[in-house]
Design a binder for this molecule. Sequence first.
Ligand SMILES: [Zn+2]
Length: 360
Amino acid sequence: MAVLKRGFCVKCQGDERLRIFNVNKTAEVCYCPHCTNPMPPKDAIENYRELISHHLKRASKYLFETTEYLLAYQTFAHVIDLDDSVKAAFYGRLLALVHLSTLRTSKINFAFQMHRQEMRIFHAAEICVEYYHFLVLLLDALDNYENRMKKRLTVRGVFYDTDCVSLYLQRLDEIRSYKDFILSEAEYFIDIKSNNNDDSFQEIVERVTQNDQEYEKLFKEDYYTANGFAYKFVSFGQNNVPSIAIDSKAQRQKFRFIKPTSLYPKDNKKSKIKDQIYLNNLALSRLVAASIPVAIVLLLIAIGDIIGAIFIPNNAVKIIFYVMAAAVVSISLLLFILHFLWKNRLRRTYYNGTNPFIFK
Ligand SMILES: [Zn+2]
């Protein structure tokens, strides 16, 4: 039996890495190597758990609530730096990396390569429920990217120009490659017959297989651009950049409704396509965070209003005070309800019964 555990000292300040040390669980007392203060091993171990949990909670908040993806990435990476046995931090780092993608700058391939290098970390049967849940979130994120990208690059199904068609096909290929890898991960767990979660991984296999058939079609389709010509995918060139060519068999069409918009504006007459793909909820999440204190203040105002009304002899003024109190109470209740709905939506979307981003 290993009796060595990780401990953390909260009696000193400074670099967290220097305050983490190995603790003998059965010893009477242990000492921080940084400040040499003594403490019971139980406390040191508990402090360590709290430290990692705290960082993971903060990182999940950045990733899912405030959508500060770079901070999320850095915080998960910091946890890995402290302790490379925390699987939750590896999940989070990959998911945050995907979310750092914009329309013009994709991190999908980078995340895919990183995931492939790290996959052994995830191949333990005891964490397969969390891993499954993480893979589903990853697939959702890739689908989100795909849908929003298409919205940015097209208007009523027509692409703005050939740059848009090329970029679309290039990203589709990146997404397809990553999804195929996710499929192979799901198959790994089905093959080793980990009895915890067989059916769920089967769901992933079915989902990606269906996606693959759709991509097959997408690479054969005609893509119209605003100039009225239809383009077809030809092949992948250097650095996986797709080449496209006019489909001469397709009828030329006239699109009058398209405003001149482009991916890389070469002249000032065209407006530039928005780069952001993933949600930016920072302002909304700040409002939600403020909603509870605001609701409480409003309730106090309403109570003051009602007390004031009791001492007013004039009935008409009294009624006005009551109406005002009722209005303030309703706004306050509405804020409470909004807060609850928002938190509930986050839980349903991201945690769905299993939260892969907590310290175990
Ligand atoms: Zn210390």
